[in-house]
Unconditional design. Sequence first.
Length: 509
Amino acid sequence: MKQKYILFMLFSLFVFKGNAQSNYAVNSIPFQPFSGTLSSLTTADDIYSPVITMPFSFDFYGVTYNQIIVSTNGYIDFRTNLAGQYSPWTITYQIPWTNFPAKSSIFGCYEDLNNNAALGGLGTITCGSYGTAPYRKFVVYFYNQPHFQCNSTIPLTSFQMILSETTNIIDVQIINRTPCMAWRSGEGVIGIINSDGTQGITPPGRNTGNWSASNEAWRFYRPGYYPSYSFVRCDDDSDSFVTFDLTVAANDLSPANPSAITFFEDNALTIPVANPTAYINTSNPRTIYASGNGAIRPVVLNVIDCSVDTDSDSVPSATEDVNNDTNLANDDTDLDGIPNYLDNDDDGDLVLTSVEYVFARDPRQVNVILDTDLDGIPNYLDSDDDGDGLLTWREDYNNDGNPANDDTNSSGTPDYLESSVALGLTPVSMDNNSIKVFPNPATNVLNIQNNNDDTNASIEIYSISGAKVKALKATQSLTTISVSDLQSGVYFVKVTMNNQVGNYKFIKN
């Protein structure tokens, strides 16, 4: 049954939603900083860098850029007219705020860093790109940066800001940050902010303040926002041209009525595609246009070399077409906006796919991917690997962002693979009739029917990536929760009462 949920997730993700381009979300991701050679970036303290041209365009708050400047105080700024000018170092309020000193910016760790050559070149700032188009990444790396006042003494700050081509995803990898309490109370912030300061978002506990962090990572993305529909296929003979069945795109764009979608060669909709079921791209990438249901949508056709493991997760790219519809781009198990073939954590459980994609050790099982709880979903696609009702990411006892190194009973097996170990409370399978969650799927409201004598319960709703999106205390037998503000996708409902935990799934239309 769980496999059906995954297929529904993959299917529903690419239904076009008119979400605002400013609708950013932020989630924790596995800590995996870039390691490689980057070019040095030299600029005076509290001065913006010269203009840096990226090898690809990047959409930030609905505006497309291909140039940035970097502040020595720990952030990327898209206002290139400020190149070489004074870069603010003061931080007074939390974001969003219209008077915040930096705008149109990505804060890897914005604080008053002291990039002063007189300190003997203690730290470095480097930048550069890696990967292959159309999925390159641009990295800005602050390494061992001293703080003003603390200067060459500990603490030092190291972090990376990583911008992804095509997906417009922003990753921040925090290697280490300890506040310098001797200056401005150690204030610093991780986050993003728009051009006028009216919109901004930070990870939990990382808004302006004197927080500490190490070996943590955060991803900023826009759920449900896709400027174009992407159709990606493997190259079958290394010539960059393959046959596309456009009915796959029609089914994703209009699942209720795919026949309403018509494809055209041009955006003026004057040249219809002659054979939608056997369309060969004339260039790579190739953009055609889908019209239907009152909207026109660009459809970008890409042919890639699947012998290259784009996300370095050890899973062959061709295998990551989980729903077997020939399109790699509409398979996104954890609904984080990144297709599986580009995602190094396919199920969003904070355990890297390369760790979970292992074969069963039983010699009688040849090439069988490990499925610990025997639910039909391999571990690398399963957010609850041991079937104990707790999402894998919640079995991180030591809170270091890595569930794979938690073994609280010293059994030699990580807790997330051992169903007898649970986080805090012992999850039990409540009687099938004790709790009812309906309707399922839900559109505007979700009802929790509690048929137990004790109606006092704690109800929490989590996204598929593990973010808690709602929490409340229930005292009635029937609790109605508004879910109209949630993005479409799969969610988990956790009901706790009398030291027992029930976990349920529902789909938000």
